[in-house]
Design a protein around this ligand. Structure first.
Ligand code: FAD
Ligand code: NAP
Length: 343
């Protein structure tokens, strides 16, 4: 394992922000990870684990050690009736894993197709899309505690998964390195009794458009890929970190008041008896959709996605985000919170 000094992080974050890390190493095995942690303990400094860098915004150079997690391996560890348990190393690419599941006829992750990044980061914010969240297919994960180097297993309850949240973004923030995630999927080779999630967004319409009359996981994945590709900027062409903000969840009373002055406001009931309002709509109503400010802006097809038009500095994106938050607060009285991890 090679520890490099003063390395640009531009190729390692999908926003394409050009900052430098004091020290940088890519780890391909748990052994290399332990060696890197020994180095870290001998040279105490800030530590950042990076997967695909698709959920981060760098606003300054990183004064510390960046570890790129490139642990590899996908193993079927258990079969139990129509359930299959698959242990996936943290550095595996998430979408490639989804495609692997579809090829094997394992159901559960098809709605989460085309989400960038690595498997190890998926529990961090309990990734979600089109009505499915990671917690629905999660069995357990293994993580190394940074302070002690000791390995620990976390089951579903231990992770305190919430809406784009987990214990790793809160109480255990920056304390663990996730090394593998084990998924519990439905094995369609054993039983075809499986409930598809197609009520969300445009999935049904897309399936009809593709003349899919008999549901299958490949068709659902293809539909999700097509919808996403038509709407979301490809980070290879336009730097971004996906949705910059979370959708705010407000009380029914606050929503009733908002509805009086905004009769067209979209909303969704949550299982906690609250109301979720799409942040993209709020931002659009404030006039930000497609608006460019210097080298950054809110995407023309989805205002929730902030983009880098070329040479944006992270601080410019952060300033734009603050201006958007301010205008949403003034117009709707709602505080929208960043989903992206800001450094
Ligand atoms: P990174 O950005 O590298 O890291 C994210 C955070 O996790 C950082 O704090 C990092 O330190 C930490 N971390 C990473 N790996 C580990 C590890 N092994 N152990 C401990 N900590 C770790 N998200 C969704 O939920 N749903 C979507 O539909 C979605 N769509 C997106 C579309 C686009 C175009 C983009 C650019 C992003 C999208 N995202 C979405 C956000 C992002 O892809 C996910 O959050 C993804 O899981 C991040 O993975 P990553 O490997 O890139 O994480
Ligand atoms: P969309 O379909 O235009 O919908 C806008 C918002 O409304 C979404 O954020 C979604 O909330 C909510 N929504 C839509 N239909 C819903 C339903 N039936 N029940 C409950 N909530 C509903 O959204 P989009 O921007 O094209 O994204 C599609 C999906 O991909 C969403 O699930 C979104 O979260 C996910 N996505 C996430 C990121 C990210 O970086 N986090 C980036 C791109 C796309 P939810 O976000 O809570 O699902």
């Amino acid at each position: 394992m090679n520890i490099q000094q003063n390395i640009s992080l531009k190729p390692f974050n999908t926003f394409g922000i050009d900052v430098a890390a004091n020290a940088f190493a890519e780890v391909f095995s748990k052994q290399e990870l332990q060696i890197a942690l020994q180095y870290f303990n001998q040279h105490p400094q800030a530590l950042l684990i990076i997967g695909g860098g698709s959920n981060m915004l760098f606003t300054q150079d990183f004064d510390g050690l960046v570890l790129k997690n490139s642990l590899r391996g996908i193993d079927i560890v258990k079969q139990d009736g129509d359930k299959v348990f698959i242990k996936v190393a943290a550095g595996e690419n998430w979408h490639q894993f989804v495609l692997w599941c579809i090829e094997k006829n394992f159901a559960g992750v098809e709605n989460l197709s085309l989400i960038p990044g690595c498997v190890g980061a998926t529990p961090m914010q309990n990734i979600g899309a089109y009505g499915v969240e990671l917690k629905d297919v999660f069995n357990e994960l293994e993580a190394i505690e940074i302070a002690t180097g000791i390995s620990r297993t976390f089951c579903n309850e231990d992770c305190h998964f919430g809406y784009r949240e987990s214990v790793f973004k809160k109480e255990f923030k920056d304390q663990f390195i996730i090394t593998s995630v084990t998924f519990k999927l439905h094995n369609l080779n054993v039983s075809e009794q499986y409930i598809y999630h197609i009520d969300y967004g445009d999935i049904k319409a897309e399936l009809a458009e593709n003349s899919v009359f008999e549901l299958n996981i490949k068709a659902v994945s293809d539909a999700v890929i097509k919808i996403r590709s038509s709407k979301l900027p490809d980070p290879k062409e336009l730097g971004n970190s996906g949705s910059f903000f979370k959708n705010p969840v407000i009380s029914k009373e606050q929503f009733a008041l908002l509805l009086q002055s905004n009769p067209l406001i979209p909303s969704y009931n949550t299982s906690e008896g609250k109301t979720k309002v799409p942040a993209g709509w709020l931002i659009e109503q404030c006039g930000w959709k497609g608006k460019r400010v210097g080298n950054t802006g809110a995407h023309a097809k989805q205002a929730l996605v902030l983009v880098n038009y070329g040479n944006a500095k992270g601080s410019e994106v952060k300033e734009l985000a603050a201006a958007i938050q301010q205008s949403v607060k003034e117009k709707f009285g709602i505080e929208i919170e960043a989903e992206v991890n800001i450094y």
